[in-house]
Design a protein around this ligand. Structure first.
Ligand code: IMP
Length: 175
C-alpha cells in the first residue's frame, strides 16, 4: 500500500493523550485492588501495553486470543478462541482490554467466557468504538474514541494482510 492511499484518522499524540487519561481513571477506580488485565489478542496488544504503563496499581497480565472467520475487513461473527488464560479468574477483578468494538460479537463471546469463570468484577475498555455497526448489545465501560464505519488500522490493529500493525497512528484507506 502506498503512503498516499492512507488517510490519517487519529494521530499518535491524540492516542497517547486518550490512553493516559483512561489510565488515570482506571487507577482511581481500582485503587487498593489487585487487577488482572487481559489484552485481547491480537489487536489489543499495543493499546494494553501503553495503558498498563499509565495505571499506577498492582496488576497482573493474562492474555486471551480471539479471531473471527470472515472477509478481510468484515467479521463473520463466528468467533474462535485462539489463546486462553493460564491463571484462575475466580473472585478476581478483571479488566478486559480490546482494540475495537464493531458488531460487538467478539466482545460478547469473550465476556461470556470470562463471566463463566466467576470473576469478582469485569470491566471492558476499548480504544475504538464503531457504534454504527453494533449488532449485539454488549457492555463497554469506556471507549477512548468513537469512530465512523470505516476499516481502520495501525497502532496494533489488524489490517489487510496483517501488515501496518507497527504504525503509531490510526489510519484508514482514502476513499
Ligand atoms: P466485532 O465485529 O465487534 O466482533 O469485531 C471483530 C474483531 O474485528 C474485533 O475484535 C477487531 O479486532 C476486529 N475489527 C473490527 N473492525 C476493525 C477495523 O476497522 N480494523 C481492524 N480490526 C477491526
Amino acid at each position: 500500500m502506498e503512503a498516499g492511499e492512507l488517510e490519517l484518522l487519529i494521530p499518535a499524540g491524540e492516542i497517547e493523550r486518550g490512553v493516559r487519561e483512561l489510565g488515570s481513571r482506571l487507577t482511581k477506580i481500582y485503587r487498593g485492588k489487585q487487577v488482572v488485565v487481559i489484552p485481547l489478542l491480537k489487536g489489543g496488544f499495543m493499546f494494553a501495553s501503553d495503558l498498563i504503563r499509565c495505571m499506577d496499581l498492582d496488576l497482573q497480565i493474562e492474555f486471551l486470543g480471539a479471531a473471527s472467520y470472515g472477509e478481510q475487513t468484515r467479521s463473520s461473527g463466528e468467533v474462535r478462541l485462539t489463546l486462553d488464560t493460564t491463571m484462575p479468574l475466580k473472585d478476581r477483578d478483571v479488566l478486559l482490554v480490546e482494540d475495537i468494538v464493531d458488531t460487538g460479537l467478539t466482545l460478547a463471546y469473550i465476556q461470556k467466557l470470562i463471566r463463566s469463570r466467576e470473576p469478582a468484577s469485569l470491566r471492558t475498555v476499548v480504544l475504538l468504538d464503531k457504534t454504527a455497526r453494533r449488532k449485539v448489545d454488549v457492555e463497554v465501560d469506556e471507549a477512548v474514541f468513537d469512530i465512523p464505519d470505516r476499516f481502520v488500522f495501525g497502532y496494533g490493529l489488524d489490517s489487510p494482510g496483517g501488515f501496518h500493525r507497527n504504525l503509531s497512528d490510526i489510519v484508514t484507506i482514502r476513499e
